[in-house]
Design a protein around this ligand. Structure first.
Ligand SMILES: [Zn+2]
Length: 330
């Protein structure tokens, strides 16, 4: 599917209608990271299921998240979703709560390097370069063979309070900024959590099959097929907040649209770009991104571009679609 940007800009009325429609659809959805909660980034399928929003939940109101509508239910049903089991960090690793010990990263992010102006052939053959700007959407996939070559385990640098015991991985280039951001959040009295980082193609495939079986009519909304998740890039993080469960009103809630109401969510919305992270799926950007609002899902693209997008109020997807040719054939 392609999005018509010219048409989108053509009329304020049209925009309002679309926003209303987006809000309606949003309310009909169970909040959930369509990419994040669909599979763990560790190939263990541990984080994936327990953090998925309950797809069978029915919202009681059709409003934008800013309104005080009844939150959509996100507590997974015990019979359908495996119980969350936190994994202790590897005994050989010592969590380091500060950002002072970082693996010799060269944070000279190559975000300024532009993708190839020519198509890369079939999306299923596309192997991302290291330029941080690979476009991954429901339309444009990456190869099943792509695995970032510089993944590091965040458990090596962050305490269990932050990693929640998950063995989340991230590309080395994004780690220094992430650690600094978390340290600054903690300094401000916050308690950010990392729910998911890199997710393999196979892990996403498992989640995708699961949703096709459980919710065949809504799988394409709730989840995304393998190859189409930004988490496979290894530069995307799903954040959590200890406040979320209480705000949502359920137990064991990891992903919910109401993350934006938590102090951690508010802070990230204001400051994540200062550390090079961008909100991939903003509110009301569904028509462009193909994903519903995911206030917890941030992707590292470098400070310059993240700040530019923040100022302009556009998503990375929109930015890339507007200035570059389609990255690959369908
Ligand atoms: Zn995510």
């Amino acid at each position: 599917m392609k999005f018509d940007f010219d048409r989108k800009r053509s009329s304020i009325d049209t925009l309002l209608i679309r926003r209303i429609v987006a809000a309606v659809v949003l309310a009909l959805l169970v909040a959930g990271c369509s990419t994040a909660e669909d599979a763990s980034g560790n190939g263990t399928f541990v984080q994936e299921s327990e953090s998925v929003a309950n797809p069978s939940a029915t919202p009681s109101a059709i409003q934008k998240p800013e309104k005080s509508e009844t939150p959509t239910e996100t507590s997974p049903t015990p019979e359908s979703i495996p119980t969350l089991k936190l994994k202790p960090p590897p005994s050989t690793l010592t969590p380091i709560p500060t950002s002072t010990q970082i693996p010799t990263p060269t944070n000279t992010a190559t975000a300024t390097i532009r993708p190839s102006p020519t198509k890369a052939g079939q999306c299923s053959d596309r192997i991302p370069s290291d330029d941080l700007l690979t476009l991954v959407t429901r339309e444009y996939a990456i190869s099943a063979d792509y695995v970032p070559g510089d993944l590091v385990s965040l458990a090596n640098y962050l305490p269990t309070q932050v990693t929640r015991g998950y063995d989340s991985q991230l590309r080395r280039i994004a780690v220094p900024s992430l650690l600094q951001m978390i340290a600054d959040m903690q300094r401000d009295g916050l308690a950010p959590e990392i729910i998911s980082g890199y997710r393999s193609y196979s892990a996403q495939a498992v989640a995708w099959r699961k949703w096709l079986e459980r919710e065949p009519d809504r799988a394409a909304i709730i989840s995304v097929s393998p190859g189409h998740s930004e988490h496979q890039l290894g530069t995307t993080v799903d954040f959590g907040s200890p406040e979320l469960a209480a705000i949502v009103g359920g137990d064991d809630v990891e992903f919910h649209t109401y993350f934006y109401k938590t102090r951690e969510g508010e802070w990230l919305e204001k400051h994540a770009h200062e550390y090079g992270f961008t909100l991939s799926y903003p509110l009301e950007a569904f028509e462009i991104t193909g994903f519903y609002y995911e206030p917890w899902h941030y992707r590292y693209i470098g400070v310059d571009l993240a700040s530019e997008l923040k100022t302009k109020g556009v998503s990375l997807t929109q930015h890339l679609l507007e200035i570059y040719p389609p990255p690959c054939d369908q």
